[in-house]
Design a protein around this ligand. Structure first.
Ligand code: 8YV
Length: 310
C-alpha cells in the first residue's frame, strides 16, 4: 500500500511525477484550507504534506494520526507549530541554502533602490552605498550573503548583531559584532534577516527606529512581524529615518490602502525574495527530496526538528 501525500504548493510536472511514482498523491489548490474540518477525512490517512504557506494547526495534526513529515517549500517556518509536530513525532523539513543567494540579491536590490520619476533634483537624490556602514540584524546564511555583497562589492563596512559571534565572517569581511542598539545608531543601512520567532517578534519598534540616524535606511527581507509596522510608518512619515526597502509585511498581501504603498521614501516588493525560476524550482526539489527521504525511512536533507526522530 503506497503512502499518501498531500501537495499544496507549486511543483513542476516532473516533481509531481517523481512523487506520484512513489506515493498516492492528492494535489490541493493553494486556496484549500487544509485545517477545514471538511478535509479531515482526507487527512486521516495522510503520511506527508508538502507545500508553501501551509496553515498547520494542532487541530489539523489531531486529524492526521498517520502524518510523519511536513516538507515546507520555504526556509521560514514561523507558520508551523514545530513543538506540536515534535510532540507527535512528525518531522518538519524546510529549504535552506538553495534560496540564499537569490534572497540576498533581492535584499541588495532594496539597499540600492531609488525612484526615478522625473528629471531629478535634490528631492530625488539617492544615498551613496559605497563606503557606508551596513548593519546586519541577523547574520545567518542570508545575512552573510547580503554582507558579502556590501563588503566585497561596494566597499561597505559591515557590522552585525546576532545571537552568536561569527568569527569567520569577521576575518573574511572585517565584519564587527555589535549589540542591536549600537548597530542601529551606527549603521547607514539597517538590513533585517532574522527568522521570526517569539524572541524576534516586533524586535524593531519605535524605540529602535529612534536610535537610527535620520539619514538611515531600513531594509526588511525577513518577516513583516519582526517589525512594529505602525511604528515604521510613523518613523518614515516623521523623518525619524530616511527611507525603507521592504519585501515583507505584517499582513500579506500588503493592503493597497497601506500608507507604505504611497510613501515616496518606501520601495515595497510583494515578498519576492526568493522568486526566481531557478530558485523556486530548487526549493521545490529540495522539499520533494526531503519528503521522499523521510517517507522512505531515511534522514531528510534539511530537517528542522531532529527531536522528532528520537
Ligand atoms: C518564499 C520565504 O517566498 O522561504 C521563505 O521563508 O519567505 C520565501 O522564500 C515564501 O516562503 C513562499 O514560498
Amino acid at each position: 500500500m503506497k503512502k499518501q501525500l498531500v501537495v499544496q504548493g507549486r511543483l513542476s510536472d516532473a516533481q509531481l511525477a517523481e512523487l506520484s511514482g512513489l506515493f498516492e498523491v492528492e494535489v490541493l489548490p493553494k486556496t484549500t484550507a487544509l485545517n477545514d474540518p471538511a478535509n479531515h477525512a482526507l487527512l486521516a490517512n495522510v503520511h506527508g504534506i508538502i507545500g508553501s504557506g501551509l496553515a498547520i494547526t494542532p487541530q489539523l495534526l489531531d486529524a492526521a494520526p498517520k502524518l510523519k513529515v511536513i516538507a515546507t517549500i520555504s526556509v521560514g517556518y514561523d507558520n508551523i507549530p514545530v513543538d506540536e509536530l515534535t510532540k507527535r513525532g512528525i518531522m518538519l523539513c524546510n529549504t535552506p541554502d538553495v534560496l540564499t543567494e537569490t534572497t540576498a540579491d533581492t535584499g541588495f536590490t532594496l539597499i540600492m533602490a531609488d525612484k526615478w520619476q522625473a528629471s531629478i533634483g535634490p528631492a530625488l537624490f539617492g544615498s551613496d552605498v559605497h563606503g557606508k556602514t551596513l548593519g546586519m540584524v541577523g547574520f545567518g546564511r542570508i545575512g552573510q550573503a547580503v554582507a558579502r555583497r556590501g563588503a566585497l562589492g561596494f566597499g561597505m563596512k559591515v557590522i552585525y548583531s546576532n545571537a552568536s559571534p561569527k568569527p569567520e565572517l569577521e576575518s573574511e569581511l572585517g565584519a564587527q559584532r555589535r549589540e542591536l542598539n549600537e548597530l542601529l545608531a551606527e549603521a547607514d543601512f539597517v538590513c533585517v534577516t532574522v527568522p521570526l520567532t517569539a524572541e524576534t517578534e516586533r524586535l524593531v519598534g519605535a524605540q529602535e527606529f529612534a536610535l537610527m540616524k535620520p539619514s538611515g535606511i531600513f531594509i526588511n527581507i525577513a518577516r513583516g512581524k519582526v517589525v512594529d509596522e505602525s511604528a515604521l510608518i510613523d518613523a518614515l512619515e516623521n523623518g525619524v529615518i530616511q527611507a525603507a526597502g521592504l519585501d515583507v509585511f505584517e499582513q500579506e498581501p500588503l493592503r493597497a490602502t497601506s500608507p507604505l504603498t504611497k510613501m515616496p521614501n518606501v520601495v515595497a516588493l510583494p515578498h519576492i525574495g526568493s522568486a526566481t525560476h531557478e530558485t523556486r524550482d530548487a526549493m521545490a526539489q529540495r522539499a520533494v527530496n526531503n519528503i521522499r527521504l523521510a517517507l522512505q525511512g531515511e534522514r531528510p536533507i534539511s530537517l528542522v526538528n531532529e527531536e522528532a526522530c528520537r
